[in-house]
Design a protein around this ligand. Sequence first.
Ligand code: 7RM
Length: 650
Amino acid sequence: MMVTKELELEALLQENRHFEPSEEFRNNANVKTPDLYNESSEDRIGFWAKQSERLTWIEPWTKVLDWEPPFAQWFVGGKLNAAYNCLDRHLKSWRRNKAAILFEGENGDSRVLTYQDLYREVSQFANVLKSMGIKKGDRVTIYLPMIPEAAIAMLACARIGAPHSVIFGGFSAESLRNRIEDAQAKVLITSDGSFRKGNIVPLKSNADIALEGVNCIEHVVVVKRTDNKVAMQEGRDIWYHDAMKNAQLTCPVEPMDAEDVLFILYTSGTTGKPKGVVHTTGGYMVGVSTTHDWVFDLKEEDVYWCTADVGWITGHSYIVYGPLANGATVLMYEGTPDYPAKDRNWEIIEKYGVTILYTAPTAIRTFMKWGPSYPQGRDLSSLRLLGTVGEPINPEAWIWYHKYIGGERCPIVDTWWQTETGMIMMTPLPGITETKPGSCTVPFPGVKVEIVDQAGNPVPKGSGGLLVVREPWPAMLRTVYNDPDRYVSTYWSNWKEIYFTGDGAKWDEEGYFWLLGRVDDVINVSGHRIGTAEVESSLVDYPLVAEAACIGKDHEVKGQAIVCFVTLKEGFKVMDGLVDELKQHVGKKIGAIARPDDIFFTAELPKTRSGKIMRRLLRDIAEGRALGDVSTLADAAVLDFLKRKYNEEE
Ligand code: 7RM
């Protein structure tokens, strides 16, 4: 993304609370000393070379990094297979009978797949794909609910070297079609339907619409999940269970070059057509297995639950590839947290004895809005570590998570990363890092993240600016599928050889990083550039407020005025004087310059399907423009409501 105007950010909000890991956690942690930080900063390349030993290689690499900016190759010459690393190698030990996937269906049905089971299903399905003519390099699109077959399909592709492109099951036929055509996929894997809050989402019918006029798809494999009636096209469509009946139980792994493509994952960004982010095999697997082990302090007996969908990078890296490479027991849940009741997540934690929970701030703020009675009605004492990802977590949401979910006993890892980074880039290491609510703390060992000014020079501690990655890292994206120019112009055009994340951030006197929001969302009030996160955090700090989204709206005098959209916690109503009180509260917390001009109350905020607030659409509403691209919006009704409300009150 080109920075065309002044975009350095000011740091306004102060947060002084801090939390240390307990003595017990510290003593048992996978990482106990900060030495790794020093070692890795002295010899970053040597550090990652050492981490590559976690994997089983078919042929060793000869060079750690070949860097021709902005194109990187990691573990040059090495050969390996991701599915082998996630499955076969665990069969050689007692882990063969360890649970790999604990599946909980929306209706309460469950399935357990041991590593042996998963290996067998993956091998069989790899044979099915081969029988359809899929070879190394052919693309396969996966459009499935959160069921074990999603992981099975991904690993089967990896086993035979076919890059997969997973499309989140909530996407429309249109989005599915665009992504299938961009990747020129040969096979589509879907299901008859997907359960959602007691209803059935007709995935196969969506797929049929998506495939109208599409020539590249030769076969469609359909998993039976909901038992609703679907049309099967003779010669093209086949049921998963029928195809599996005749499939051989074993399938040799394809030796993949470290730089062969493992998957493509489409990310919409704020504008323009979705980009196919390309990840390769060696560096990605080293990155996700190392981070998964250290960030989540993984122990053999853990029950690990990441609530993301496999259609997002979080699902790829921290449900499938990282955890399975590490031999973890992964919980996979099909449904939503409020079905059949608002304590579903806590019921699941109680049922399976979940020890590690990794979820998103948007979910935590929703739980806060519902109130603590739901988690309080369940036994959450098995939990020992909590994580967050996806957006800045407001300190108040952090504290709530710590208190009501973590029982004030569990460290929280706030992990900053992106689809493009492939792996967690900034995070506490839970046994050694003192945490501060709202800060993702410090870069992971071997990762060089910085905050720079317009010219690309690091800003001093205590200041804000643009978040960049200064040195290549193993799980970095390699290109945009079929569009290397877009790869260069999107991420590498501001400064030569520096990756621009698109985020604004500050670091404090102790070198802790605080994310301030996307730079496209920065609000410019009288020349002060204010990140959305700080204004929103100060609003959420007010006891009645559940969630807030702040934007800048054109203003004759100030350049921009701050307009906020606020949701209240359940059981609270808007009362007289609340608007003024909230304005004052923000002014007191972070200064008069950030005092909002307007505050609107709403029951919901517009969000992407992965839960990120879409401030761009709020700007369109506030400035009376036609709405921009709404294809990634989760719930269109929210916008109609906001538009009406905004125009009424203006
Ligand atoms: C993993 C994921 C990436 C964008 C990123 C940020 C925001 C993610 C955090 C965060 C503050 C965090 N990939 N973001 N994690 N902001 N603190 N811990 O979300 O490609 O979908 O989004 O998400 O803006 O650039 S993503």
